[in-house]
Design a binder for this molecule. Sequence first.
Ligand code: 6R9
Length: 650
Amino acid sequence: MSDPTLYPVSDAWAARAHMDRNAYEAARIAARETPDHFWGDLSARLDWMTPPTTIKNVSYDKADFRIRWFEDGVLNVAWNCIDRHLATRGDQCAIIWEGDDPSVSGGLTYAELHRDVCRMANVLKDMGVVKGDRVTLYLPMIPAAAVAMLACARIGAVHSVVFGGFSPDSLCGRIEDCGSKVVITADEGLRGGKRVPLKANVDAALEKLAPEYRVQKVLVIAHTGADIPMIADRDIAYAAASEAVGDDCPCEPMNAEDPLFILYTSGSTGKPKGVLHTTGGYLFWASYTHELVFDYRPGEVFWCTADVGWVTGHSYCVYGPLANGATTLMFEGVPNYPDNRRFWQVIDKHKVEVFYTAPTALRALMRDGDEPVKATSRASLRLLGSVGEPINPEAWRWYHEVVGDGRLPIVDTWWQTETGGILVSPLPGATDLKPGSATKPLPGVELELVDAEGVVLEGAVSGNLVITDSWPGQMRTVWGDHQRFFETYFAAYPGKYFTGDGCRRDEDGYYWITGRVDDVINVSGHRMGTAEVESALVLHDDVAEAAVVGFPHDIKGQGIYAYVTLNAGVEATDDLKKALVTHVRKEIGPIAAPDAIQWAPGLPKTRSGKIMRRILRKIAENDVGSLGDTSTLADPSVVDDLVRNRTGAP
Ligand code: 6R9
């Protein structure tokens, strides 16, 4: 077949997989009809200090709202990810580390991971960190990042990892929101041959903190060895501190519903939300989905290219693989440094068996043709995965035919920071593939498509994607704002979790995620709230008002298009555009930098003053033939001006 639309499960996969078609169908029914029994049995995949007797306790009703899984169970995440493997795989590599510089790599066995995690846990304890305290991590992609996460988990501290690409301002906001008294960072990071001044950013962030949020200690890991200023009584060099402690640290018994981590993510309004995940349900889901979706077998080398600053890095670089006793690869660098063969060379170097990356990386590499890929063997690979945004069929086929030599299934995995782990994905032994479709929900994931009024849509149709029941990995609250949690996810369609995504279901019951239907844009697989970028822009002295929308971008999936109204008397120059881009990079971080800025003398507003983003989106997409009804605008003529002066979006 030259251009098949269906890629059937091979006999070999059906035979080897954890779940074949029949097992999948049976699990779907069992999870729906006898959830306590189904999940209760499966919960034994974790090691419990006290096994749970109550399995599922969930209500999405406003009056009686609660989400609890395995609630009387007691366990420790670090025990499950490390200690329980020591007897059988102490000498197995737990983490392979590949540095930004191709001549630098390393790693840790499970025994070494145990030693390092215990030491860091003891250092944290000596610094006064106790169960329930929040600890902010601002680290490069080095094994110490996983060690720090697990050290927190070991003593019951709640980690909040902030992506190293976020600015000091963003870091400051996240430290204040969760009230961390301790920050763990490194001297510098390395990405694509460039140094990332992590410690300097932490210093700048802490200077901006309001006094009541004063951070007491900063633990600094030496990575590049840069000569950085240390502040007496606040900064602690990790190397020396870890020499002073023992390498044994008991695991704190944690209730299944005790918090494990907070991870900030962008929403459609306001500042980023602190998504809270708990101990039992989250770890269970990360572990279960890692095994099922990637059909993971002990001893295989698993590589998820995401940074631990994102949820994908949490669940599939660290928690899922380590809970399953895997060898997980951590890569510090970027796909095109020193050149565009890097991913494939790393696969050959470390004999990677499962490779999990984002469509934006594939689209960027695809531009350079097949030759860089074909220069490598990739013979060790047996499965490919995709995550973060819809994968366009063209990129899917390139991934399948060129990267996978036409022989590997692709699991296109749909999920969110909020869901803790994968919810919709093919299973390699059970699901025929369609390029561009995340295919079908995992057992226990009950999807519906609804219209704007909440009417349930049947059959082959497009609508808003909602989930009618709970799964163990679901987030439990927005840190410090339970009301916002309910309002954001459960108020739009009572009794259902609203994903924020639009979706089509085809005649075979396959799901095709079409993208966000709210004011969140997905830039290179990273979520960005339009409101956040707008707030950053209006902080600039010359800006009166700003409106930000997404537009289709060949590589990034979506780009950021900003309409900016300047203060009276300010001259609209190209230099000012550049200054605004720099300003947003500084306020939020490089991922938020606008791809296009258009000067807008006026913005299209309703008479009640609401900006009509629908129109701004159309103009940014250069789809000006179908602007729809503009008669409700206070001043319809602003639209003509915007259309006339549309910026040639890249
Ligand atoms: C894991 C992660 C979540 C949003 C989500 C959706 C988009 C993620 C996708 C996908 C289509 C896929 N998304 N995976 N869209 N197909 N396979 O990315 O979490 O950063 O919270 O983003 O990403 O729009 O709602 P997060």
